[in-house]
Design a protein around this ligand. Structure first.
Ligand code: SAH
Length: 378
């Protein structure tokens, strides 16, 4: 899909129904009906950064800070395994007390004591530290680039660097992680052009996972007065991400469920194939307040498991078995013909052969990252 087509589908005046239907079909053909469950542990809300949208930013004195101990996190991981999840996702602010060494030791313990896949989402680290975390057994890493718009990125993340963030993504790839990234949709000042560039970047980066959530204004941040992103936009982005990446793992995100009670169900019907039920200890959930109105803050892990099973049943979908590793290793380099809502996907596609090189559209090697905004390709 080229940039003009993407812009057409991002336009709120375009009826999204054909786009969402195509994304659902691409999802069925390339990743199937099963939904992967990843148990999410939000293990520390300490953060050294000052991202202007985020409730756990260093300057927010209104939240109660907490960090879990290795023993507490391990207990969460065991609970995730007990609930039948294939993956535990460990997410936090950039907490100096939970540095790469501590994370590596924890990862080793989880890998030794459970059969879970481990995903980390702990922000920016050095090249050596990513290598160490991978060597410790971590399978995947989530690091959203948040927006492809360099100027907007600088405004949102005053103490971060656009190029450094993309360099981290290249280092993660080099270290052998399955790499996830993504963006917020509906940020103040975010243009349709930059969102089309976001979509094109998902494809160019050959991401294994893509996470998209609506921006939700947090009153305890400098962006508290801004309007929320719309679910409609986040769903269009999800559908486009599915169509361009074909077989990336794409979650129906918590932020979608937080701005609309049916948000995650709607996402699962237009491309999403992953859910990330919260398994953090109940007493701390409310303090991991990235944005207000976050769902599942009052529930125990078992309640979230029951809730996602009911959701899957209502959608006629089932839980996926296994770890839910990346499907990119099985993708053939060529793209299928007719990958647009006007023409059905899959017709004329070369057969998928396991063991072939990873996604041929992946263009960044080590040390390479976009010099500026991604240029639109048509
Ligand atoms: N420290 C980690 C994890 C950040 S929190 C990192 O830097 O990657 C995980 C994600 O929550 C962020 O990447 C961001 O996209 C999302 N997020 C934070 N604040 C938000 C808000 N106000 N509305 C919607 N999403 C938000």
């Amino acid at each position: 899909m080229n940039k003009d087509e993407i812009l057409h589908w991002l336009n709120p005046d375009t009826d999204p129904a054909p786009l969402l239907a195509l994304a659902d079909r691409v999802r069925r053909e390339h990743v199937g009906g099963a939904v992967h469950l990843r148990g999410l542990v939000e293990f520390s809300n300490y953060c050294r950064r000052s991202c202007r949208y985020c409730g756990i930013r260093a300057g927010n004195a209104k939240i109660r800070r907490y960090r879990l101990t290795p023993g507490e996190i391990l207990a969460c991981a065991r609970a995730a395994a007990g609930l039948g999840y294939g993956t535990v996702v460990l997410q936090s602010g950039e907490d100096p007390a939970w540095g790469p060494r501590e994370l590596a030791a924890l990862t080793e313990r989880i890998k030794k004591e459970t059969a879970l896949a481990v995903t980390l989402s702990t922000g920016e680290h050095s090249r050596e530290d990513y290598r160490m975390l991978r060597a410790a057994g971590a399978d995947r890493f989530l690091l959203r680039f948040e927006t492809s718009d360099r100027r907007l990125f600088g405004e949102l993340k005053p103490d971060s660097d656009y190029d450094a963030r993309f360099r981290c993504l290249a280092w993660l790839r080099e270290a052998g992680f399955q790499v996830g990234s993504g963006v917020m949709a509906g940020l103040p000042g975010q243009t349709p052009e930059s969102m089309a560039d976001d979509i094109l970047l998902f494809e160019r980066l050959g991401l294994d996972m893509v996470g998209i959530g609506p921006f939700i204004a947090n009153p305890d941040t400098p962006m508290g007065g801004a309007g929320n992103g719309k679910l409609d936009l986040a769903l269009r982005m999800t559908a486009l991400a599915r169509i361009v990446t074909r077989n990336a793992h794409i979650p129906a995100t918590t932020a979608m469920g937080s701005i609309d009670p049916q948000g995650r169900q709607k996402a699962l019907r237009c491309g999403a194939n992953v859910l990330m039920p919260n398994i953090s200890p109940a007493e701390h959930r409310v303090d991991y307040s990235l944005y207000p109105g976050k769902i599942c803050t009052g529930e125990a892990p078992e309640q979230c498991a029951g809730c996602v099973d009911a959701m899957l049943k209502s959608l006629g979908r089932e839980r996926a078995a296994g770890h839910g590793h990346s499907l990119k290793v099985q993708i053939s380099p060529a793209r299928p013909a007719g990958c647009s809502p006007k023409a059905p996907v899959g017709e004329g596609a070369p057969p998928v052969r396991a063991g072939e090189p990873r996604n041929g559209s992946r263009v960044w090697g080590t040390g390479e990252y976009p010099a500026g905004r991604a240029s639109g390709r048509s």
